[in-house]
Design a protein around this ligand. Sequence first.
Ligand SMILES: C[S@@+](CC[C@H](N)C(=O)[O-])C[C@H]1O[C@@H](n2cnc3c(N)ncnc32)[C@H](O)[C@@H]1O
Length: 145
Amino acid sequence: MKKNPAAVFRPIGRVEDGVIRVHRDWAPGLDGIEGFSHLIVIYWLDQSHEPELKLHPKGDRRIPALGFLATRTPHRANPIGMTVVRLLKRRGSRLWIEGLDAWPGTPVLDIKPYTRKDSIKKFRIPAWVKLLDQAETDPLRRYAS
Ligand SMILES: C[S@@+](CC[C@H](N)C(=O)[O-])C[C@H]1O[C@@H](n2cnc3c(N)ncnc32)[C@H](O)[C@@H]1O
């Protein structure tokens, strides 16, 4: 079988408003996904710019400048975004989802079912993340929750 040694991405679909529309050719690859309540969506942050090596997370100057790899900035060497979303329903090539922080038009690279293996109960985060979380209204998007 053909291997995939080079990092060449083939978007499998696009983000629409509250929906991921998978290209028709790949849609049969969604069969069985309805059994999962949550999915991991991996996408290409196509509107991002070259990263600054160090930045204040969310532009908040109360937080010292940190390396971009220590943050969730969309501006990255390889602007890959990753979000755990709730799957509401599937109709053919379309997935209705909740919690995706990618703009309409964003190319979707991959979708994976969320399983127990992806869940870590005990983890450490620095104080600046808790500070930013206080402004986050979506509980799914809070790092500390
Ligand atoms: C901070 S990034 C993080 C994305 C993902 N949750 C992660 O951690 O990989 C999410 C933000 O990037 C911005 N964004 C969304 N879609 C984008 C796109 N296609 N290109 C560039 N920026 C985008 C929005 O401001 C959104 O709130």
